[in-house]
Design a protein around this ligand. Structure first.
Ligand code: CP
Length: 309
């Protein structure tokens, strides 16, 4: 087995293998074959220390469609509330003999810690503001469905970059594949020295949008902003919110993306969220295909993809 901790250290051939396998999985979903026995006898635990709708549900469905047994632990209903530590929780799950632990945690590095602490395969479903690799992969897969490739693609990532694990995984993944990344957002939500990663940073969102092929709009993460949002929500929407007028600066066929959940009317206007250019619903569908691909690859490793057909 192989842990999926982040895209910073994933190689280009590995990313390509996941994207190719996700294409096969999408075929299975389209043909409505919702039960294949590929992972029969395997068990997956979703261990989520933070809320989730998309990631948790799609991992559960992905596992079930491939024939695995999937169990969800929601930490608010677990012995974590009695003070059980992360290490002890992981060891408890390990003792039950599971094959994969899909984990979301508020601390950066939690997935890496888990991979050293216990033997099951660890899939990072988000660790603090660090990485959300499966989101990065589903975003890349969604782009590839609509664009011919990543080389020279201009991708604008807009909003709360500072708190965004989605931004980091997108930046690391897309740069490796040859895309050009343009960031925009308030200085209060822009990480220091982010330019050192080779991205372009803009103070004006209009400059990031100019001629963009993809516009990825991030959620304003109020729960991670202890001192409140600065600029205020109203100012943010006015200065950085993506509305039709701003979107018109991007290429006419620019793809609009958002990882969800959205603050509609704050970072994204409703008519942009539901426009023809929006790939937001497709991102969710593609998340299922990408997570099926990952579960298959980490458990069945070297076997040919034809084995599932
Ligand atoms: N995009 C994403 O991770 O959504 P959830 O928090 O609902 O899983």
């Amino acid at each position: 087995g192989k842990d999926i901790l982040g895209l910073q250290h994933m190689t280009v051939p590995e990313i390509q293998l996941v994207l190719n396998t996700a294409q096969e999985m999408k075929g299975i979903i389209r043909r409505d074959i919702k039960k294949v026995p590929t992972l029969r006898g395997k068990s997956i635990i979703n261990l989520f220390f933070e809320p989730s709708t998309r990631t948790r549900t799609s991992f559960e469905l992905a596992g079930k469609y491939l024939g695995a047994d999937v169990v969800n632990i929601t930490t608010s209903a677990s012995s974590v509330v009695k003070g059980e530590s992360l290490r002890d929780t992981l060891m408890t799950v390990e003792a039950m003999g599971v094959d994969i632990i899909v984990m979301r945690h508020e601390a950066e590095g939690a997935a890496q810690y888990a991979s050293k602490a216990v033997s099951p395969v660890i899939i990072n479903a988000g660790d603090g503001a660090h990485e959300h690799p499966t989101q990065g992969l589903l975003d890349m897969f969604t782009i590839l469905q609509k664009k011919s490739g990543f080389a020279s693609l201009k991708v604008a990532i807009v909003g709360d970059i500072l708190h965004s694990r989605v931004a980091r995984s997108n930046i690391w993944g897309l740069q490796k594949m040859g895309a050009e990344i343009h960031l925009a957002g308030p200085q209060t939500l822009m990480p220091r020295d982010i330019e050192k990663t080779g991205v372009y940073v803009h103070n004006r969102v209009e400059d990031a949008l100019e001629g963009a092929d993809v516009v990825n709009i991030l959620r304003i993460q109020r729960e991670r902003q202890q001192k409140g949002l600065f600029p205020s929500a109203r100012e943010y929407a006015r200065i950085f919110g993506i509305n039709k007028d701003r979107l018109a600066l991007a290429k006419p066929d620019a793809l609009v993306m958002h990882p969800g959940p959205m603050n509609r009317g704050l970072e994204i206007a409703p008519d942009v969220a539901y426009s023809e250019q929006s790939a937001i619903q497709e991102q969710v569908q593609n998340g299922l295909a990408v997570r099926m691909a990952l579960l298959f690859l980490v458990l069945m490793g070297g076997k040919e993809i034809e084995a599932i057909n």
